[in-house]
Design a protein around this ligand. Structure first.
Ligand SMILES: NC(=O)c1ccc[n+]([C@@H]2O[C@H](COP(=O)([O-])OP(=O)(O)OC[C@H]3O[C@@H](n4cnc5c(N)ncnc54)[C@H](OP(=O)(O)O)[C@@H]3O)[C@@H](O)[C@H]2O)c1
Length: 252
């Protein structure tokens, strides 16, 4: 009973905090503005934007898609959808148990799914490098073409308390931005060896629009600056991490 009251008080405190109110206001505005822009573009622009990707029918062997954070949410549905399209889906997650449960789940929806799971922590460069080595080895041992057709950097978190990675970065920035950056750089040779056009998809967020004074110093990009703050500005860090990822998208 005491714990229940404590949780209730904590929730009320969270809902009344400046951070939450800022998030409710700015994020709603960001989403509304993005929808307005999409609507405006659909009315006044006749340019059809298409993002062609390799179709399993045109690929000499089965095409491969690597997706991070596929054990739940958007990642899980994307993994399932791509498996139905005929992709060999490589799912990456932190927990062996969640990964095997995910494989069972996707197989339940699509018994023909070709899946392979790798355990890796996207917030750690060391873990991503180990994953890269295992992925290459697995590709060499299999009868698949030694390349990747789609990389989806989907794993992301919104952490409300500060955590530092073993490499000394803010956990949220490391997961949402540094990890995808390292993963992309590591898999670039495999994406470039694809006999058909390959794709990188970075899952960002409308909330990146809330960033007004983007700074690119080492302290901000690594998140170390935020770890020194008295109160962890989690909403701003999330926005920053997604803005950094958005800039990466623009550069590619
Ligand atoms: N949902 C939304 O409304 C929304 C809106 C805008 C943008 N997004 C973005 O869309 C992406 C997916 O969101 P979601 O709502 O589907 O998230 P979710 O259901 O919370 O799933 C997050 C996934 O990321 C994985 N993950 C988290 N930290 C990881 C780490 N260090 N290493 C490896 N995997 C890690 C988790 O896997 P494990 O726990 O198994 O490791 C999980 O599978 C995120 O990047 C999010 O920021 C979501």
């Amino acid at each position: 009973m005491i714990n229940l009251i404590k949780d209730l008080l904590r929730s009320i405190y969270f809902l009344c905090s400046i951070q939450f109110l800022r998030m409710a206001l700015l994020w709603t505005f960001s989403v509304a503005f993005s929808h307005y822009q999409l609507f405006k573009d659909s009315l006044f622009s006749h340019k059809i934007v298409s993002y062609p990707r390799s179709s399993p029918s045109t690929f000499p062997n089965k095409p491969i898609c690597v997706i991070t954070g596929a054990t739940s949410g958007l990642g899980l549905s994307t993994a399932c959808k791509l498996s139905k399209e005929g992709y060999v889906v490589v799912i990456v997650g932190r927990s062996e148990q969640l990964l095997s449960e995910t494989i069972k789940k996707i197989k339940g929806w699509n018994e023909d799914a070709h899946l392979k799971a790798f355990q890796a922590d996207i917030s750690s460069a060391e873990s991503i490098i180990k994953f890269g080595t295992s992925l290459r080895q697995w590709l060499l041992d299999s009868d698949l073409h030694c390349s990747v057709q789609i990389l989806i950097n989907n794993a992301g978190i919104l952490a409300t308390s500060p955590r530092v990675t073993t490499e000394g970065y803010d956990k949220m920035i490391a997961t949402n931005y540094i990890g995808p950056f390292v993963m992309t750089k590591l898999l670039l040779p495999l994406l470039e060896s694809s006999p058909v056009s390959s794709k990188i998809v970075n899952v960002t967020s409308f909330t990146h629009r809330a960033v007004t004074n983007m700074q690119v110093d080492e302290g901000t990009v690594s998140g170390k600056r935020f770890l020194k703050s008295k109160q962890y500005p989690y909403a701003q860090i999330y926005e920053y991490s997604k803005c950094e990822l958005h800039i990466l998208n623009e550069l590619m």
